[in-house]
Design a protein around this ligand. Sequence first.
Ligand SMILES: *Cc1c(COP(=O)(O)O)cnc(C)c1O
Length: 399
Amino acid sequence: MKHNPANNIQDLQYFGENGGVNPSISDSSTYTFLTAKAMSDTFEGNTDGCYLYSRHTSPSNLNLASALAAMENTASATVTASGMGAITPVLLQLCKTNEHIISSRTIYGGTYALLKNFFPRLAIHTSFVDITNIAAVEAAITPKTRVIYCEALSNPLLEVAPLEKLSALAKKHNLKLVVDNTFTPLSITPVHHGADVVIHSLTKFINGSSDTVGGVICGTEDFINSLKDVNDGACMLLGSTMDSMRSASILKNLRTLHLRIQKHSENALYLTNELQKLGLNVVYPGLENFKDKEVFESMLNSDFGYGGMFTLNLESLEKANALMELMQQKNIGYLAVSLGFYKTLFSAPGSSTSSEISEEEQQKMGLSNGLIRFSIGLDHDIKRTFTMIKSCLEELNIC
Ligand SMILES: *Cc1c(COP(=O)(O)O)cnc(C)c1O
């Protein structure tokens, strides 16, 4: 099933204070009220058009949040200082002490560490499961479970969460389905497949210029307002607020996201097909032999392709490191964590971004030491890039 294109940004209309075509940046932490009553009304709720204090919300943050809500097709959204600054308040808003989370076992290393090492201090416990195995997910549900947490396309193993089935399960047991969509902005719209809350690290594809961290939470009006509540809202009280200067700059980058994702996707599809022809072990959702192809395509929006992330498994860390160092030397890309940049970025997650996960658990989930995660850049001439990668592989006797 194909869905409407998720790119609605051109339908939004913002003006700057003096008719500027870019909205003015709100360079204030606090706001005046004409009357004392308007101030107390604003403390009670979200008085339309009134701002209180920028940890709660600011005009610039609202502009970015509304563009992201339009992208994810949710009623509302709120932006945060980082992706982790979005994940933490969502889970703490939904779970209290002694409650329980079911999470995919293949998730971003920072989220894994939060759930595995930090939340037990608050007596919030997590069962890590194979999210593609619905029976295993259901078996992990207890009377204390509040949340099913997953990534639409997982970091770094590119496992696909079967959102429709997870959503049916969540509804049956009265749980919230929280989906991190950082790897597949525009390509997948999780609320179309039953997600209750959608999170992004804006640091990655959405901002796309590796110059800031940022996050967003997209959901219903009630849920987003609850996060911002002055008395018990996790965003308001934990304080992971985005700065207005940053939200203004991310909003500008968001305008080209659809073009960038198309190019990332086109480049990744070409490269992975060519690398596979060399007999290499490549995983990419656009490849014919991709394990979860059917589920992935059932959720895929038209027009944006399969995204910019793929993995290459060289079986040994030494080979992976040698290839990455050589590719950096030849300026094919940078040996760096993170993703969504105009240059190709590569890293070996087993010893970097997923090093929070113990070696034994890495093995269980199929995360090999020799796995390289690629975030493919916006290279204009991807055939030339392939030739360069191929000569690196040949120099190291990998192919
Ligand atoms: C990077 C990342 C995060 C964390 O985001 P930050 O902006 O670094 O805090 C969360 N989830 C995924 C899938 C990520 O790749």
